[in-house]
Design a protein around this ligand. Structure first.
Ligand SMILES: Nc1ncnc2c1ncn2[C@@H]1O[C@H](COP(=O)(O)OP(=O)(O)OP(=O)(O)O)[C@@H](O)[C@H]1O
Length: 234
């Protein structure tokens, strides 16, 4: 399966953030989206997810040579600032989510099994989500997106708020999910990108550029990324 993007553009006033982006992402791979602060990574995700209106361009899913438009359920989006319903407990939220999505979940597990997967303590499962830490909210948001295993999974700065143990478990989960999903993950953490991702894509000057992994060692490859992002626009 492929996510095909054609001529995607988005401006805010005078500032053209995305400039006629055309790119194809494939399932079976985790893409690391790197770019400087303000490069437009979140804008790119928001356009794909339909949270903001693009100025032009189209995108669709391609599977066995069949094109189909993207539906809201096709995209899972994990935001860097997690949004979860504050006045539900973790358990209520998860149960509600499982109830309404039951038909789309293969290998349905119990609420407590899911909590175990993301290492939420028994004592925290019946607490209100508003009282969860940032990392715990982040885990809940990652979990619900992973449970339904959408064709496209967008992760904006994930893992940064997670403790090292859970971050490692989430990486493992993402590696298993990539067989069925197209995973695009934005991050400023270069080591995470190099360690987890199969492909590196730079968002620079409004365009996406695929960077070939070469036989450079890790440090030399990092240098190449930094120098590509450092180039001036003018
Ligand atoms: N709603 C908005 N109105 C006006 N300008 C916006 C809006 N959203 C984003 N921008 C501008 O678009 C540009 C890209 O922002 P965006 O948040 O997409 O960058 P980013 O790559 O995610 O940055 P960071 O790595 O710092 O999170 C910035 O110049 C930002 O100020």
């Amino acid at each position: 399966m492929e996510l095909v993007i054609e001529d995607l553009s988005k401006s805010f006033g005078e500032r053209q953030v995305l400039q006629n982006i055309s790119f194809t992402f494939s399932s079976g791979k985790i893409y690391g989206l790197l770019g400087r602060n303000g490069a437009g990574k979140t804008t790119f995700f928001n356009c794909l997810n339909g949270d903001i209106k693009r100025d032009s361009g189209k995108f669709y899913l391609l599977s066995s040579n069949q094109k189909r438009p993207i539906q809201p359920d096709d995209i899972g989006y994990v935001l860097s600032t997690p949004t979860v319903p504050a006045f539900l407990t973790g358990r209520e939220f998860l149960k509600f989510f499982l109830d309404i999505n039951e038909a789309n979940i293969s290998n349905l597990k119990t609420v407590d099994e899911y909590f175990e997967e993301i290492a939420i303590d028994v004592a925290d499962r019946d607490k209100l989500l508003k009282d969860y830490s940032h990392g715990m909210k982040n885990k809940m948001q990652m979990l619900v997106n992973m449970i339904v295993c959408p064709p496209v999974l967008l992760l904006d700065e994930p893992l940064t708020a997670l403790d090292v143990v859970v971050a490692e478990e989430m990486k493992q989960l993402l590696r298993t999910l990539k067989q069925h999903s197209i995973i695009i993950l934005s991050t400023h953490i270069m080591d995470l990108a190099l360690n987890l991702c199969d492909e590196i894509v730079l968002l620079n000057h409004g365009l996406l550029e695929h960077l070939e992994f070469s036989d450079l060692n890790g440090e030399a490859f990092k240098e190449r990324i930094i120098s590509a992002l450092r180039e001036e626009t003018e």
